[in-house]
Design a protein around this ligand. Sequence first.
Ligand code: ASP
Ligand code: MG
Length: 412
Amino acid sequence: MALVVQKYGGTSVGTVQKIKNVAKRVAKSREAGNDVVVVISAMAGETDRLINMAKQISEMPDDREMDLLLSSGERVSSALLAIALKAGGYPARAFTGRQAGFITNGVHTKARIKKIEAQKIHEALREGEIVVVAGFQGIDELSHDVTTLGRGGSDTTAVALAAALKADVCEIYTDVEGVYTADPRIVPHAKKLDLICFEEMMEMASAGAKVLQVRSVEIGMKYGIPIHVRSTFTEKEGTMVVPFSQEMEAVVVSGVTHDKNQAKITVMGVPDRPGVAKALFMPIADAAINVDMIIQNVSQDGLTDISFTIARTDLPKAIEVAKGVMSALGAKGFTTNADIAKVSIVGVGMRSHPGVASKMFETLANEGINILMISTSEIKVSCIIESKYTELAVRALHDAFVKQGEESEESQ
Ligand code: ASP
Ligand code: MG
């Protein structure tokens, strides 16, 4: 008997009818002889609806209360799924994050899982029940306040649970058939990948592919949990996220991703002396704001500019922090730009193929797209561009790297 963890995203449980359909799909896996643990997202649009309500009351609602508010979405859908399973004659039990044993740190709205005390889940499984867990939430180990794991956090709930329970596979059910070479809404001929390695998936997720939360891929890689990303609405095999194997290096670029949730802050006229970057970025980190790219210009007359990018959703918080450190930094002031996007190309093959970055710059230049910032890793090149060029850039890069990659493979 295998132990399967299945996660269903918001669009898979968006209506009562869809929840009934998910119950059938879960029951089928049960009938096939598996132990089944299901992690569920809030019904489609619910998390946004809750956020909007809070924003109508306060521009910067308190994070602790936001977590309590947002965790309700997953409670509703998990209870409804357990009710649907029971109505179909399948013993089932729904758990909140806390009941399932998810202990996290205290960083509200972006908490990290510290441990999972899964006794109750084991108990329910031993009693032959299907376990349903509300995704995206836990409790702070110290205060016992409800925490959430950040947008898309149910993926992380699922993979972490699969690791804790030593599950055979973690299936992520969503509204697309797997991981694509680019967003099919922008590139209609984008292809579904059958296989992708953890490293690539991690870069793609952090570069904006929304199909999996980055943290979930990190955990999958660390604990060797194969992740199967597939559609709730078909029986087709999706994309398997697996450990790296040598053949994967033949493909230079596996995917093109984009991220519009980006904003740039430029701090101007900063004195060029030791401790300045620390004085700026320590308070940013203390506010739990993730910084992505950083550029410091060559100084002139002892003064320099520092630009950095963050998630656009963190911009109001970052502006508060920046205002607070301006005088301590002795800076002239700062500007912000929220009309930017990040486009990236990702592939383990880059390690062994030179000239990839320059070809990316050439491709963007040919479309008349100006590059505002650049960052690279061993297997990724990212460029910040004006947001309005995102679609054009993604199409051009897909044509230049992915399409051509296929043709040259065929002609070999
Ligand atoms: N409901 C949360 C969100 O929309 C978590 C999730 O769906 O994974 O981000
Ligand atoms: Mg998701």
